[in-house]
Write a protein that binds this ligand. Structure first.
Ligand code: SAH
Length: 209
């Protein structure tokens, strides 16, 4: 059997070949064991570059998409970051491994409970909440970056309000059961949002309570 460390290093080499050249993101992805965040039945595929089921009809994102979104968020050590859709907790762990202070919200209590157990490490600064992420986390705002890892039809305005000027929201936008667009909105000094489209993606829908 291949050692996890070797497998993660191979996955990172594959991401590099796919055009991810952010050394900080790749180093974090090489250090975090994705196998910890997938169900036992999927463990043999943990370092394959594909999404995997995590139960309740939800998925852990494809590593390439995690790398792309983390890079697009433009985060650095010490930044306060909001994530909507904790899911498995893998994306949360990558942000925490970079050194971000992560606030993450998950609407499904069982997934939130599993992720909380996996994310409880002294070296990571992570705050978790169970509930509907549409309202964001006002008491911790403003954030340097916001990552939405489930797809809303359009950008929730409340979340944009919780973003610091110069910061970015990265989110898949569009209808459920369709190809969505992965979009970055960067907040300008005047409060307006500058939009960049990173391409087509497929995420589970962002649902409401
Ligand atoms: N970042 C996760 C992605 C999980 S899939 C990972 O890499 O594992 C998206 C998650 O968003 C699911 O767990 C789903 O339950 C959650 N979700 C959907 N709508 C939500 C909402 N309104 N608020 C918070 N979480 C939501």
């Amino acid at each position: 059997m291949t050692e996890p460390k070797q497998a993660a290093t191979r996955l990172v080499a594959e991401l590099r070949q796919q055009g991810i050249d952010d050394g900080v993101v790749l180093a974090a992805m090489a250090r975090v064991a994705r196998e910890d965040f997938v169900p036992e039945s999927e463990r043999s595929s943990a370092y394959v570059n594909q999404p995997l089921p995590i139960g309740e009809g939800q998925t852990i994102s494809q590593p390439y998409i995690v790398a792309l979104m983390t890079h697009a968020a433009g985060v650095a050590r010490g930044d306060r970051v909001l994530e909507i859709g904790t899911g498995s907790g893998y994306q949360t762990a990558i942000l925490a491994e970079i050194g971000c202070v992560v606030y993450s919200i998950e609407i499904r209590p069982e997934l939130a409970r599993c992720a909380a157990a996996l994310l409880d490490r002294p070296e990571w600064h992570i705050h978790l909440r169970t509930g509907d992420g549409h309202a964001g986390w006002p008491s911790a705002a403003p954030f340097q970056a916001i990552l939405i890892t489930a797809a809303p039809k359009s950008l929730p305005p409340v979340l944009a309000e919780q973003l610091r000027a110069g910061g970015s929201i990265v989110a898949p936008l569009g209808e459920a059961d369709a190809v969505q667009r992965l979009v970055v909105h960067k907040k300008q000094a005047d409060g307006s949002l500058k939009r960049t489209d990173l391409g087509g993606v497929r995420f589970v829908p962002m649902v409401s309570d």
